[in-house]
Design a protein around this ligand. Sequence first.
Ligand SMILES: N[C@@H](CCC(=O)N[C@@H](CS)C(=O)NCC(=O)O)C(=O)O
Length: 256
Amino acid sequence: MKRARTKSKTKHAAAAKRPAAKRRRTHAPIELYYWPTPNGWKVSIMLEECGLPYVVRPVDISKGDQFTPQFLAISPNNRIPAIVDPSGPGGRPISIFESGAILQYLGRKTGKFYPRDERARVAVDEWLFWQMGGLGPMAGQANHFRRYAPETITYALARYTDEVHRLLGVMNMRLADRDYLAGRYSIADMACVGWVRVVERGWQELSEFPHLKRWLETVRGREAVRRGMGIRIEAASAVDMKDPKVRAVLFGQRAR
Ligand SMILES: N[C@@H](CCC(=O)N[C@@H](CS)C(=O)NCC(=O)O)C(=O)O
């Protein structure tokens, strides 16, 4: 016991003498509360892009893990993703929910993919919030009515499909004269890529949006994006969205 304490004291003293950058590497990894969905991918992509050490804490949203008191304590909206950074501001742990807030936090923490210059940052914020309030929710609803609604509701399908089509057109125009949404590759691109992929795979061929198509190929071709979107969770691959138990968890949620 005595020897163990001495050893750990020595270890800490040695760590304190190391340069700051090296010391940081000894910190506990960020915990990523995750399920492989377009919102989850945003954060796994950013963690991969930044080379930050992290551990995946799967939250099986098909079984109701998002409603456990432990998860609600860090994500009161019962949605993934969320993170816990043991080395938050002031060296103390911090938990964060909402993918946009997480991306901005990680961008500020690392100084990567979220420029400090105010004009450049505003451009990133514009497209990040465009994703949060537009592309994500609209594509999510279009996808829901297309794949999960128990009956075909033509009006709802057309409304959300049209709106997604409009948004893809906006994105395509924006990308006509720049490589990425805010000029340089940023958290705004990371926020959008998963949703554009869902739409492209689901129902919307991209040949009428050539700049968007080029952007999707470029972003998806990045190693970190591949890794971030490729985290395998066995249980997620096995989820049957037709299973009444799964549908009861995910659909028809009301205030609790
Ligand atoms: N605005 C949230 C949306 C997150 C969200 O909708 N997450 C879905 C997975 S893509 C979820 O956790 N669903 C669980 C549920 O519906 O109970 C964000 O961007 O973080």
